[in-house]
Design a protein around this ligand. Sequence first.
Ligand SMILES: NC(=O)C1=CN([C@@H]2O[C@H](COP(=O)(O)OP(=O)(O)OC[C@H]3O[C@@H](n4cnc5c(N)ncnc54)[C@H](OP(=O)(O)O)[C@@H]3O)[C@@H](O)[C@H]2O)[C@H](O)CC1
Ligand code: K
Length: 522
Amino acid sequence: MISAWDADDVRAAEAPLLEAGEPLMDRAAFALARQVLADLRARRRHLRGARVVLLVGAGNNGGDALFAGAVLARRGVAVTAVLVSDRAHDGGLTTLRRAGGRVVDLAGEGPERVGAVAAQAARADVVVDGVLGIGARGALRGRAAELVDALAEALARGDGPADGPGRPWVVAVDLPSGIGADDGTLPGPVLPADRTVTFGAVKPGLLLPPAASRCGEVTAVDIGLALDGPPALRRLEAADVGRAWPVPGPADHKYTRGVVGVVAGTAAYPGAAVLTTSGAVRAGAGMVRYRGPGAVGQAVVAARPEVVVGPGRVQSWVVGPGIPSGPDQPPDADDGQHERGGAALAAARGELAGVREPAPAVVDAGGLALLGDRCPPWFVLTPHAGELTTLLRSRGEDVRRHEVEAAPLRWARRAQELTGATVLLKGGVTVVVGPRGAFSQADAPGWLATAGAGDVLAGLLGAMLAARSAEVVEQPTLAAEVAAAAALVHGRAARRANPGGPVAALDVAEAVPATVAELVGR
Ligand SMILES: NC(=O)C1=CN([C@@H]2O[C@H](COP(=O)(O)OP(=O)(O)OC[C@H]3O[C@@H](n4cnc5c(N)ncnc54)[C@H](OP(=O)(O)O)[C@@H]3O)[C@@H](O)[C@H]2O)[C@H](O)CC1
Ligand SMILES: [K+]
């Protein structure tokens, strides 16, 4: 598992060590230099003649870059520091100069110099982005923003090193300058990195969309910080999911393995019912019960003979895939699924006569219109950005889809606050927010953005929740972890279904058993 802490928590952890005179910046700078040397060696035969340009801001982020540059200069690398602010770390500057590094004071020169300096940086083997770290406030501004824009243009133009691979390798110091360290937003220009060397702890912004796509490979460096509070964000890895997977034993039967109730699909969208039940069956549900129109039930059983059509005891519900909602639907467009879904959610709340205990519920697509005011945390909503926007607006938030996509953690958190449910926001990177803490999962290939993939995820998640039904109802934070695990399995199944190529949603469901076997077998 990867844990990420907010910038303030990192600062609080740094403070006592700085007080005690611990050389945190030296540790950071040496680790950064070591990584840049390794990256240089991977890109060219000899260090001699290699060129590195440091983009240096006003604070300690720039300090890290300057001290690291001095280490490189002492190894024979031609190092140039470009100062983008009227201040720079004195000690770092002195050390770099003593080591033979050059300094260009771009902040002190006119804007006409920006293009030339950007062109010089574009010809370097490595550009080290040391403009801003966790001290950033808002979008990159001033000469730093001008230089990042000009450099991005030069790179897009194809400028690159004379004697090395096509373009400079960009290494971000602590984080790409200008991203939201805690929320992963991109308030302004950011120089995309090929690698981010982050110190003390991973910051949430490195794992969250949209900023995560600008970070490249994240290398975390231990500089001796003790972060003992709860992380702001976590990312499950394969081993975490394999360890937690409920492997059945000789005493198990379908009810201990978990029965999933599925209310999905309509005569107009029967495929969603097949995909959702397939996801549940292939994830190892003890049994799947389908609720819906007769013709759809027949299509489901034809595709998945394991599925039972009709009512009965369940340990989790999946409500909504393929069920239309919204004001522009003709009244009978849902084929009675709104009523069935409403009853299922009442049962999941433990509020339906004759139902013994509440059960976790996955609420997707048209099911989101059936929620009522408040939900228990064992309800997992699985909207995409458009559905989340509709949900938020229906609860009084004046938000647009592009704003949700620009700040997914913020708006998934808001939806969790407004509904009480656990929220899994689907996207290239999946963000899950529970009553305490959040997850970000980046397991899915872009190929998974295909019709029906969300239906398979809903069924897969339904089976995983059913397998731990009582636990999930008792522990309010567990649903978020199970949802993050489902996103990991879903993404890995898509990769397994057709590595590096297109996948159909049903292929993803078919690949789930082998994916789970590999995780459990680790
Ligand atoms: N604390 C330590 O000893 C260690 C810190 N590490 C590294 O240090 C940075 C954090 O350094 P800090 O000096 O706190 O802040 P930054 O370097 O990130 O930013 C400093 C200045 O940048 C200016 N600023 C702020 N926002 C913007 C913006 N949007 N655009 C342009 N410039 C901006 C601001 O200067 P002003 O003159 O505008 O006030 C800031 O003062 C951390 O990320 C690590 O890299 C070590 O790694 C560990 C030890
Ligand atoms: K930086």
